[in-house]
Design a protein around this ligand. Sequence first.
Ligand SMILES: *Cc1c(COP(=O)(O)O)cnc(C)c1O
Length: 425
Amino acid sequence: MTMNTAINENIDPKAGKRANFYDVEAIRADFPAMKVEVNGHPLTFLDSGASAQKPVQVLERMDQAYREEYANVHRGAYRLSELATENYENARSSVARFMNAASADEIIFTRNATAAFNLVSSSWGRKNLRAGDEIVVSHMEHHANIVPWQLLRDETGIVIKVAPIDDDGNFLMDEFAALLGAKTKLVSITQTSNVLGTMTPIKEIARLAHEAGALVMFDGAQGIVHAGIDVQDVDADFYVFTGHKLYGPTGIGVLYGKLDILKNMPPYQGGGDMIEMVTFEKTTYREPPARFEAGTPPIIEAIGLAAAIDYVNSIGQEAIAGHEVELLNHATKALGQIDGLTIIGQARQKCAIVSFTIEGVHPHDIGTIIDARGVAIRAGHHCAQPLMDRFGLAATARASFGMYNKKEDVDVLVDALLYAKEIFA
Ligand SMILES: *Cc1c(COP(=O)(O)O)cnc(C)c1O
């Protein structure tokens, strides 16, 4: 056997086994949705930013867990319940390793990213924030990182400050730094905008937040998919993400929190599984993460999420990111050549999400017309209405890419957009 040392030397062990050749067709073969036909056309799925498709490895793992390994967790003294508990707790350890958390106890399973924000605002926020205390978010936040703080504001009188972005969608560091002060208690910023694709300088944001004496929380719903996260390196206090965008199932999200912070937070919801002892007079609570997981948890969803993480690791996050950059560059160039099309968001650090408008065609009409060609994109405000207002828009069309997209998907999109333009010409 001859070895091609040049290629072998180029394999980055962190980038996974397929690093030297990104085999997009092999990846597509793992995703049943890639074989679906829509309106007589093969599906061109460009809406992974809203939710990603699932590989068979995830579907089969969940199916098997439901068929042969299923029981409630943390309860039974019988083998099947022990097995389900092991699976569920192993999923927690998988997530901890994937984010480089110091301990699996720092991983709380929630319903989605939204629930994780609500947990922090209700538990940490109510305990630690008083009238006049300040929270800093950015202008490009998802509603999930705005509305929970507004609910808390209405209750407590805290102040929400908004860090600005420029017209290209770049996060403005100096302007952000100027908002920080003695009253700042929490900085909660997205790692990646789901509309503009902007990647924010999270490490620098964390450093400045900590210098001001504030905690820092990141919305990783998009960021963990496109860039990954090392919560210890970034020094995040809280970090949230959602399973369904990371090629895992719906119904599961993650709140990461530093253990010493979690230990000092009161329960969020009360019920089974989160208690030590209950009497009608007094109830005591378990340590995190159990304290924050009241009731039967998303057992099979956690197992599915762990399978999704295994799948992503088998391809390699860096390899996926590299592939997505190629798609982004190709899409930016090809869409830029369409007359009357404006790309919204051209930040210097950007991932494979492209929002755009076309002169004379409403984004919803774009979506509907190209759906007739089997092309699935998102049209609307993308749960970021303040950001839409910032650009003076009611809606945009958005193409977002995943590990299974190929360059030809961009070409199909461009053809379909030209067709949409013709209809409205
Ligand atoms: C999708 C998304 C969320 C919310 O995720 P859910 O699963 O709906 O809770 C929050 N932030 C960003 C940036 C997102 O893209």
